[in-house]
Design a binder for this molecule. Structure first.
Ligand code: GLA
Length: 734
């Protein structure tokens, strides 16, 4: 059997081409050598489809042989990876191996985000001569990072159109083993809940049909051994670099073999591929860890930070910001903004961000009208000078003069019916003629499959940004797509339009980055509805959730850490009682939680007490001092996700293991409480670490095996109630 083997430092991936040209998945796991076709079995089995060219041989069927890119029409009745229909309506292809090649460098994907860096590319060409179809499986091999990426290019080399009904980005089969799938479900204000599900003999599928990757399921999943934990066991990750409709699924087949796959959603997909055209499936970032979930996460952290995120700020400390959304919502004047900026300058905050409500008639409510004003204005990206008290430059200059940078919120993909843009171009909104559209926050989605729409919005927004020194953009997206009908398209269906829509969003972002290469762009979609590796290619930080409560953020940020680095998390200290769940927490606790991300504030700074302001000043000094270890250190979950606990803890360790930072927040309270011992992970066992706060000396082993008591004074013990935060710094005593 011809073998194609991909090695990274600690992992090996192998496929083989059998005598009939079928591409079989042989191995993915710890680094090893050899020919893993010895794992294949050939038994006479009834009840399966056998390839014609095997004659009467019933020992081989695509229905039970492990497939690398299973295709409908091959006799594989499991969840296949690829399905195509011809112009005559027949479905089914016969994909066989044609060639393969290795090249230096990493492939890129036209119009789609793709990781980059020091890598090799392997391309395997599968072909169906009857359909004049080629399917190219692409693999990016990142040796040091233990990452393998996958993507697919489909080529129509014939004269007739082909219709793609399913094109997974990655799929492979395990011949044996029992697995759990870990995934993260949620909703607005409550993203990223950890769920671990046994993969039995039915498909477990997560995904989105909303046009965005969604709050409901993050496009990232882990398949792991049933007994795998934070620090032990085999785990495989798939992280999809796509911000629209998708599916990630796992199933056991009739022989208890497991298939794991990820890609764009095939639901309502009928993508027309004309003669000579190519289709690209988004990239999937895969990694394998033999040392549990913690190691798998750290592989993703490094990779997304270094090989996915881009731009000036990818490895830099981002400005500590104050955002006016939870401070004022729509009710502000230019003077009010400047009052907040004044305080911000005083406290050491580095950037002022003007959120929603600065443009068109957005947020302007007529007397007696029952409205928040969030039902108007989107699409009209001109400054409301009456509300702002003049052109935006006036405010930006004043903010700059206080020593702060200035940032601006936009939601380019949206339009309200109550807007000039909609009145002139109703056909620019995605809606089905004759059907009343479904509204989301009273808005419609603009048809970003159309270049002229993207260009118009881009021109409007850049006309504002160009007038002033704007150094940050928060790009929001606050409703899902329902009516995917483009007034301009010829052939179209839901799947094709929603795919092309996401390409339009990426195009808009590319244009923005090209125009403003040093601009810091923060992603946002009602909080975390587009918290995916695709967006991270354009926006190195993303507002993780509209829920800013420190205690709920413990869960959200812990779950995010399974697949994404701290350097992407957007996290702010907000007011109490918290606006989303009314909980009251101490400003110290809010500070500790928000510091495990891109730190900022989201409250009316003019309404704080002297004591709170002093605390904020301290937090800013501390965050700046700790930034390097927080963002670039190795991240360890001390308490894993998905558990009810007395406290949540996590720690960071510098690359040389000479410094560590432990964060611990209590989530329960008791009479006569226990002394809580905070453990750390990832230290050097034989080194001695001094706790900066208490001066006590511990061996690495002691800290990792038992931990240190969190409360060390009677005063701290007396305050040991719920929602108390501890931050402890450790340095190696040479
Ligand atoms: C979304 C965002 C918030 C805020 C509002 C403004 O909900 O997630 O942070 O920007 O929109 O309308």
């Amino acid at each position: 059997m011809e073998l194609i083997t991909l090695h990274t430092k600690n992992t090996t991936y192998q496929v083989g081409v059998n005598e009939n040209g079928f591409l079989l998945h042989l191995y993915y796991g710890p680094r090893t050598e050899g020919d893993m076709s010895n794992l294949l079995t050939y038994f006479f089995r009834c009840g399966h489809g056998n390839p014609y060219d095997r004659g009467t041989d019933r020992t081989f069927s695509c229905d039970f042989a492990p497939q690398e890119y299973s295709c409908y029409g091959s006799g594989d009745y499991r969840n296949h990876a690829f399905r195509v229909r011809s112009a005559d309506g027949t479905a089914g292809a016969d994909l066989r191996y044609k060639s393969h090649s290795f090249t230096d460098g990493k492939y890129s994907l036209p119009g789609l985000p793709a990781s980059y860096g020091d890598a090799k590319t392997c391309e395997i060409v599968l072909a169906d001569p009857r359909l004049n179809l080629e399917v190219v499986l692409k693999y990016g091999i990142f040796f040091e990072e233990d990452i393998i990426t996958r993507s697919v290019e489909v080529r129509n080399n014939g004269t007739d159109a082909l219709y793609l009904n399913k094109v997974m980005s990655a799929s492979f089969d395990f011949v044996t083993g029992q697995y759990d799938m870990i995934h993260f479900y949620g909703r607005h204000f409550n993203e990223m809940n950890f769920e671990r599900t046994f993969v039995g003999h039915e498909a477990i599928a997560i995904g989105s049909r909303r046009g965005v990757s969604g709050h409901q399921h993050n496009p990232f999943a882990i398949l792991c051994d049933r007994d795998a934990g934070e620090d032990y066991g085999s785990c495989y990750g798939m992280s999809l670099m796509f911000s629209g409709n998708y599916v990630i699924q796992a199933e056991q087949d009739q022989y208890s073999q497991t298939r794991f796959q990820a890609g764009i959603s095939d639901e309502m997909l009928d993508y027309q591929l004309l003669s000579g055209e190519k289709f690209y499936a988004p990239e999937v970032i895969m990694t394998y860890s033999a040392e549990g979930l913690g190691k798998l996460s750290r592989n993703y952290h490094r990779f997304i930070r270094n090989n996915v995120c881009r731009g000036k700020y990818k490895l830099q400390r981002r400005p500590i910001l104050v955002n006016n959304w939870e401070a004022t919502y729509f009710s502000f004047t230019g003077d009010k903004l400047l009052e907040i900026a004044d305080e911000a300058a005083d406290l050491g905050i580095e950037m002022f961000v003007l959120d929603d409500g600065w443009f068109g008639n957005r947020g302007i409510v007529n007397p007696g009208e029952a409205s928040f004003g969030d039902d108007r204005g989107l699409g009209d990206w001109f400054v409301n000078e009456e509300k702002m008290g003049g052109p935006i430059k006036n405010i930006v200059d004043k903010v700059n003069a206080k020593g702060l940078k200035f940032g601006l919120w936009i939601e380019p993909e949206m339009v309200n019916e109550d807007s000039n843009l909609y009145r002139i171009h109703p056909d620019w909104a995605l809606q089905i003629p004759g059907k009343q559209p479904v509204l989301g926050r009273s808005q419609l989605v603009l048809d970003f499959t159309r270049d002229e729409v993207v260009q118009n919005i881009f021109d409007q927004i850049t006309a504002v940004v160009d007038t002033a020194n704007i150094e940050y953009i928060k790009m929001d997206m606050n409703r899902s797509i329902c009516e995917a009908y483009s007034a301009a398209a010829g052939h179209q269906n839901f799947g094709e339009i929603t795919y092309k829509y996401v390409l339009g969003v990426y195009k808009f972002l590319d244009m923005l980055i090209e125009r403003y290469p040093d601009m810091l762009i923060e992603g946002c979609s009602s909080g975390g509805a587009r918290y995916d590796a695709g967006m991270m290619y354009y926006t190195p930080q993303i507002w993780t959730s509209d829920n800013s409560d420190a205690i709920e953020r413990l869960n959200i940020q812990c779950s995010a850490s399974y697949g994404y680095p701290v350097s992407v998390v957007g996290s702010h200290v907000s007011a109490v009682p918290n606006h989303q769940n009314h909980r009251i927490t101490d400003i110290d606790t809010r500070g500790v939680v928000a510091m495990s991300g891109n730190f900022g504030y989201e409250l009316d700074l003019t309404k704080l007490s002297r004591e709170e302001k002093d605390k904020i000043k301290e937090q800013i000094v501390r965050f700046k001092a700790d930034w390097d270890i927080i963002h670039n250190g190795d991240y360890y979950r001390v308490t894993p996700g998905g558990e009810n606990r007395e406290y949540v803890a996590w720690n960071m360790v510098s690359a040389d293991k000479k410094q560590a930072l432990l964060n611990l927040v209590t989530t329960n309270t008791h009479g006569n409480p226990l002394a809580i011992y905070g453990k750390l992970k990832g230290l050097q066992s034989d080194a001695m670490y001094r706790c900066v706060e208490t001066g006590a000396l511990f061996s690495g082993t002691e800290l990792m095996h038992i931990g240190m008591p969190m409360a060390t004074t009677q005063e701290e013990f007396d305050k040991l109630t719920e929602y108390v935060a501890f931050q402890r710094h450790f340095v190696v005593q040479e």
